[in-house]
Design a binder for this molecule. Structure first.
Ligand SMILES: [Zn+2]
Ligand SMILES: [Zn+2]
Length: 576
C-alpha cells in the first residue's frame, strides 16, 4: 500500500474511533452533548458540552465501553436526509442543529450510524467498528465551540487508534519518551532555565547551567560568522514607532507586536524584528559597490505578542533572541550569498548532531516582479547542494520568498528552525542605495537569515534532542570529583583545580552525603563523568572514572588526571 493510502485509511479509522467515543459518552454520560469529532495528526478528538469535568476515571470507563463497541463490530451505515430531517433528529442538541443549518445549499446532509448511535457527519469512515484493533484515550482539555473564546466552553477528549496493537504500543512508548525528554521538565530538573509567573508568561530566565550552554552555542555561531566575513552590530530593544511605519511592520505585522509605549507624546515600540535597525546602520553611510556585500549580524532580542494560551516552554515565547543577520548585496551577488548561508546552516545543524532535514521554499501570495529572481537564487542554492525541497505556496514573508529548514530530532519529531529570506521590498521602502561602477545609484538586495532561529527555541530542541544528556562539549558541568572519605577532600579539590586549569567545567562534591547518594544525585543531573577518588587514587594520583552511558556496574580502570584531561579534550574537539 502506498503511504498516502495508508494515511487516508488511518484517518478514516481514527475518525471512526471518534464516533465510537461519542457512542460511549452517550451511553455513560447521556447529559453530555456531542459537537464535533475529527481525526487529527496522531489520533482524534471529540468535543462535548458537559458541566461536570471528565475525570481520568471517566476516561477509563469510556475506554472500556469503547472496546465493547469495537468488539460488537457494528457496521457504519450512512443515509442522506433533508435539512429539516437532520434538525428534527438533533432537536435536543443545539450544536448539531447549528452544524446542520450551516451545511451549504445543494450539499448532501448525511447521518451515520453504528449500533444505537447516530451522528451528523459528511463521511470518511472505516466499514466497521471492528477494524479498530487498538485504541486509547489520552487526555482531556478545554476547547471553545468553533474555537471562539466568546462561545460556550467544551471539553475535548483526545485519543488515538491504530489498526494493530503493536503500533499503539509503539506510539504510547514514543509519548512516554517525549515526556521524559520534555524540555520544561528537564529545564527545571537540570537547573537550565525557568519561566516566572511573577514576570509574566513567555519570558525566559536563563539559569547558570543554561547560560553556559547558550554561550557555547553563541560562540560556535560567532566563529562561523567571523569566518564568513560578517560584522557584529548591536541595536536598541525599543525604538520610535515611525521606524515600523516605514518598514511596513506596523501594517503587516502589528498583530504580533506589543502595543505602543508613550513618552513625551511620542510612541515607541518593543522591536519585533532586527531588520529595520540593521537597515538604519546601512543607511547611515554612503556605500560603493566595492563595499558589498555587507553582512551585519546580531544576537538580537525581539518581543512578539503571543496569546497566553499558546505559550509553551521555550518553543512558544514572547521574548527571544535570534541569531540574526542581514546581508546587503548587489543582485549579481545574491545567489552566492544565499549559497553561503545554506552551507553555514548545514554546518550548524550537523555540529549539534542533527542529520535529518527538510527544506521548504515558501513563495509569496502577492508576487512582485522581483520574486522570480529571489526564488531562482533560493532554488539555485538548494540545487547546488543537491538538497531536495518542497514548495510552500503563499508561506513567504510579506517582503519576499524564503527558505525554511526543518529538522527531525532524535525521536523523529519535526521542528522548524532556520530561515533565509530574500528581500527587494525593505531596500525600496528605506530608499537604500549603493554607488555602482557606472557612477549611478543602485538598489541593494537584502538577505535576512537566522540559522538557529531563536536561541530559546533552539535550546528547547537541543534539550529534547539530547534528552538532557548533553555531549561533553556542551555539558554545563563536564565532570564532578567525589571523594570517598574526608581524607581525600584536598585531593578532590586538587583534581578539580587541575582540570579547571585545562579549561574544563568541573566541580568537587565535598558534602557529607554517602558515596552512593552522591553518585545517584550526579547521575540524575546527567553529568558525562563522575570521578571517584579514594585511598588508592590519592596514593596513585589517579581518578576512577564513572562514565555516563556505561552499563551499571561496568567500571573503567583508574587513569591519571592528565590522561582524563586528554580524553575530555578529544571529546570537546570532536563535539561529542
Ligand atoms: Zn464521521
Ligand atoms: Zn530581518
Amino acid at each position: 500500500m502506498i503511504a498516502s493510502e495508508r494515511a487516508e485509511d488511518l484517518q478514516k479509522l481514527r475518525h471512526t474511533a471518534a464516533h465510537v467515543l461519542a457512542y460511549a459518552v452517550q451511553d455513560l454520560f447521556p447529559e453530555a452533548k456531542p459537537t464535533i469529532g475529527p481525526a487529527i495528526e496522531n489520533g482524534f478528538y471529540y468535543d462535548f458540552d458537559r458541566k461536570e469535568p471528565f475525570t481520568p476515571d471517566d476516561l477509563g470507563r469510556l475506554e472500556t465501553r469503547m472496546r465493547e463497541i469495537v468488539a460488537a463490530n457494528f457496521e457504519m451505515t450512512g443515509r442522506e436526509v433533508s435539512r429539516a430531517g437532520a434538525i428534527e433528529h438533533f432537536k435536543d442538541n443545539p450544536y448539531k442543529v447549528e452544524l446542520a443549518s450551516d451545511i451549504p445549499e445543494g450539499e448532501p446532509i448525511t447521518l451515520y450510524t453504528i449500533g444505537d448511535f447516530t451522528d451528523l457527519c459528511r463521511g470518511g469512515h472505516a466499514h466497521t467498528t471492528g477494524e479498530i484493533r487498538a485504541l486509547k484515550l489520552l487526555s482531556v482539555a478545554g476547547a471553545y465551540w468553533r474555537g471562539d473564546e466568546h462561545k460556550p466552553q467544551l471539553q475535548r477528549i483526545y485519543g488515538t487508534a491504530f489498526p494493530e496493537q503493536a503500533e499503539l504500543d509503539a506510539y504510547v512508548e514514543f509519548l512516554a519518551e517525549a515526556e521524559r525528554r520534555d524540555h520544561r521538565k528537564l529545564g527545571r530538573d537540570l537547573g537550565l532555565f525557568s519561566i516566572e509567573e511573577d514576570a509574566g508568561g513567555g519570558l525566559v530566565f536563563w539559569h547558570p547551567n543554561g547560560t553556559v550552554i547558550r554561550s557555547i552555542v553563541e560562540n560556535f555561531i560567532r566563529e562561523g560568522l567571523r569566518e564568513r566575513g560578517y560584522q557584529p552590530v548591536v541595536t536598541p530593544h525599543i525604538v520610535h514607532e515611525k521606524l515600523y511605519e516605514i518598514s511596513g511592520h506596523l501594517e503587516n505585522f502589528s498583530a504580533s507586536m506589543f502595543g505602543p509605549i508613550e513618552v513625551e507624546g511620542q510612541r515607541f515600540r518593543l522591536k519585533p524584528m532586527n531588520c529595520p535597525g540593521h537597515i538604519l546602520i546601512y543607511r547611515s553611510e554612503l556605500h560603493s559597490y566595492r563595499d558589498l556585500p555587507l553582512r551585519f549580524s546580531e544576537f538580537g532580542t525581539v518581543y512578539r505578542f503571543e496569546r497566553s494560551g499558546t505559550l509553551h516552554g521555550l518553543t512558544r515565547v514572547r521574548g527571544f533572541t535570534q541569531d540574526d543577520a542581514h546581508l546587503f548585496c548587489t543582485p549579481e551577488q545574491l545567489q552566492y550569498e544565499f549559497e553561503q548561508t545554506v552551507e553555514e546552516a548545514l554546518r550548524l545543524m550537523r555540529a549539534f548532531n542533527f542529520d535529518d532535514f527538510e527544506y521548504f521554499l515558501s513563495t509569496r501570495e502577492q508576487r512582485g516582479p522581483t520574486d522570480e529572481i529571489a526564488e531562482a537564487a533560493i532554488r539555485g542554492a538548494l540545487e547546488k547542494y543537491n538538497l531536495p525541497y518542497q514548495i510552500d505556496e503563499g508561506g513567504g514573508a510579506f517582503y519576499g520568498p524564503k527558505l525554511d529548514i526543518n529538522l527531525h530530532d532524535a525521536i523523529g519529531r519535526k521542528w522548524q528552525l532556520g530561515t533565509v529570506q530574500v528581500d527587494f521590498v525593505l531596500p525600496e521602502r528605506f530608499d537604500l542605495k549603493y554607488r555602482g561602477s557606472d557612477g549611478a545609484d543602485h538598489r541593494p538586495v537584502m538577505i535576512h537569515r537566522a540559522l538557529a532561529g531563536s536561541m530559546e527555541r533552539f535550546f528547547g530542541v537541543l534539550i529534547e534532542h539530547f534528552g538532557g544528556n548533553f555531549p561533553v562539549w556542551l555539558a554545563p558541568v563536564q565532570a564532578v570529583v567525589v571523594p570517598i572519605s574526608e581524607h581525600q577532600l584536598d585531593y578532590a579539590y586538587e583534581v578539580r583545580d587541575q582540570l579547571r586549569e585545562r579549561g574544563f567545567r568541573v566541580e568537587a562534591d565535598v558534602s557529607n552525603e554517602k558515596l552512593g547518594y552522591k553518585i545517584r544525585h550526579w547521575k540524575t543531573q546527567k553529568l558525562p563523568y563522575i570521578l571517584v577518588v579514594g585511598k588508592s587514587e590519592l596514593a596513585d594520583r589517579t581518578v576512577s572514572v564513572n562514565e555516563r552511558g556505561l552499563p551499571d556496574g561496568e567500571k573503567r580502570a583508574p587513569i591519571t588526571v592528565a590522561a582524563f584531561a586528554d580524553e575530555l579534550t578529544t571529546r570537546v574537539n570532536q563535539k561529542n
